[in-house]
Design a protein around this ligand. Structure first.
Ligand code: NAD
Ligand code: UDX
Length: 461
């Protein structure tokens, strides 16, 4: 099928950027991104393109170029489904917070709702592409729902998991390491795969198009997260033994079999994918009775939780075993630099721990809004909205945020933190002035020379 009209359900961190690239690279295709969230769609349509709801380097320029030409954002879900030949499902698949599989399995209710909506609306044959990260065999469930509508419309379901990382989404989409496309091995299935391949062929070399299954996506994220937990496990040992985790990472990264990426010790990984996908993998393994497999992968999460708790505990311990009524400034709230996404960010859990210790927390993040920070904490449900409001103050200026603080904690590796006037920050802090670098981005010797008591992850210096 020659595709000229695409609809994407879900205008989030995946749907928005992915469709902006398709629209840019395929000017002959009309791309409509739909979402139930009216506010989000309004932001995508904001006349000032820098106000789009997702911050990603290069994204607003891309949207500015294609929006209104062949890229559209709308809340008219049914109309867009009706008109499209190919429908991408990019809705969220969070960890279940209720019932069977609570805290582990992926919640597929939004996926199922999409399938039912497509089934209701479709009058012509459609190719449905799963872009969301899904457990194995979800395609079968979607197919079941679609095929039981009795209206004679034929559907092909493809699995095309997205590997983009936030902060580098545009680059990752422009030159992906691989594009995975899975589908039925029937004539119709192969034709559908070919249609999707033709879209990617507008900018991705053919040799990077390979077949695979839904499980590859979970495995890739589990392997990446496992590397971070492995190096974080070593960071604790380094702190005890006097070794330096950065040197250990550099040394092992030179072994080409290991490679140097994803070996950066930190306050713990966050983001909407790693924890969710591993929990999902653990759930799948358990459901097949593979307890050793489940325990193996669960340990990656246990280690990550330990790292976040350990970072917070270290702050309390170093500040003479009490942070009660002390101002602790967080530089960074996003789960990594160059994004405004805060989902599962280590900052949320570290602040929760410190709020339990009655600290006064000040936060500055170059891209995250105050409203989001309070939403993140309120979502934890560990204290009242009022208590969270009293415990946290959000600043728009980093120097104001750091003024009169007892300690500063770096929670996100934003580049700008490295270029701050640290002497000015030191002069305006309570003494002794502590810095806890949860991302190992600052120069230990330079900060110590200014008078700071400095500690980083995985080093006893
Ligand atoms: P997101 O929460 O940013 O966006 C999902 C959007 O879908 C929301 O705006 C929501 O309102 C909308 N939605 C939900 N149900 C809907 C419905 N029935 N009709 C219309 N809109 C609906 O999520 P995301 O980060 O874009 O992730 C989407 C999927 O992609 C997830 O499965 C995730 O695991 C996967 N993924 C995410 C990333 C990432 O870096 N964020 C990377 C690769 C894959
Ligand atoms: C991840 C995968 O990388 C991507 O392929 C997939 O499509 C979605 O999930 P993302 O979560 O956006 O992407 O960011 P990523 O760069 O993987 O970082 C995840 C977390 O790990 C961040 O909190 C990051 O700070 C942390 N991290 C990463 C480390 O602590 N150390 C590292 O060496 C690398």
């Amino acid at each position: 099928m020659k595709i000229t009209n695409i609809c994407c359900i879900g205008a989030g961190y995946v749907g928005g950027p992915t469709m902006a690239i398709i629209a840019q690279k395929c000017p002959h295709i009309k791309v409509t991104v739909v979402d139930l969230n009216i506010e989000r769609i309004a932001a995508w349509n904001d006349s000032d393109v820098t106000n789009i709801p997702i911050y990603e380097p290069g994204l607003s320029e891309l949207v500015g170029e294609a929006r209104g030409r062949n890229l559209f954002f709308s809340t008219e879900v049914e109309k867009a489904i009706d008109e499209a030949q190919m429908i991408f499902i990019s809705v969220n698949t969070p960890t279940k917070t209720y019932g069977l599989g609570k805290g582990m399995a992926a919640d597929l209710k939004y996926i199922e709702l999409c399938a039912r909506q497509i089934a209701n609306v479709a009058k012509t044959d459609k190719i449905v592409v799963e872009k969301s990260t899904l457990p194995v065999r979800t395609a079968e469930a979607i197919k079941n729902i679609l095929e039981n509508t009795g209206n004679g419309v034929r559907f092909q379901i493809l699995s095309n998991p997205e590997f983009l990382a936030e902060g580098t989404a545009v680059q990752d989409l422009l030159s992906p390491d691989r594009v995975l496309i899975g589908g039925d091995s029937t004539i119709e299935g192969n034709e559908a795969i070919q249609s999707l391949k033709e879209i990617y062929a507008n900018w991705v070399p053919e040799d990077r198009n390979v077949w695979s299954s839904e499980l590859s996506k979970l495995t890739a994220n589990a392997f990446l997260a496992q590397r971070v937990s492995s190096i974080n496990a070593m960071s604790e040992l380094c702190e005890k033994t006097g070794a330096d985790v950065n040197e250990v990472a550099r040394a092992i990264g030179m072994d080409s079999r290991i490679g140097s990426k994803f070996l950066k010790s930190s306050v713990g990984f966050g983001g909407s994918c790693f924890q969710k996908d591993i929990l999902n993998l653990v759930y799948i393994a358990k459901s097949y009775g593979l307890n050793e497999v489940a325990d193996y992968w669960e340990q990656v999460i246990i280690m990550n939780d330990h790292q976040k708790r350990r970072f917070a505990g270290n702050i309390v311990q170093t500040l003479y075993n009490t942070v009660s009524d002390k101002k602790i400034t967080f530089l960074g709230w996003a789960f990594k630099k160059d994004t405004n996404d805060t989902r599962e960010s280590a900052a949320i859990y570290v602040s929760d721990y410190l709020l339990n210790e009655q600290a006064n927390i000040a936060v500055f993040d170059p891209q995250v809004k105050g409203k989001q920070i309070f939403n993140d904490l309120n979502y934890l449900n560990t204290r009242t909205i009022e208590e969270n409001k009293n415990g946290i103050t959000v600043f728009e200026d980093p120097y104001e945020a750091c003024k009169d603080a007892h300690a500063i904690a770096i929670l996100t590796e934003w580049d700008e933190f490295k270029t701050y006037d640290w002497q000015r920050i030191y002069d305006n802090m309570k003494k002794p002035a502590f810095v806890f670098d949860g991302r190992n981005i600052l120069d230990a010797e330079e900060l110590a020379s200014k008078g700071f008591i400095f500690s980083s992850v995985g080093s006893s210096k």
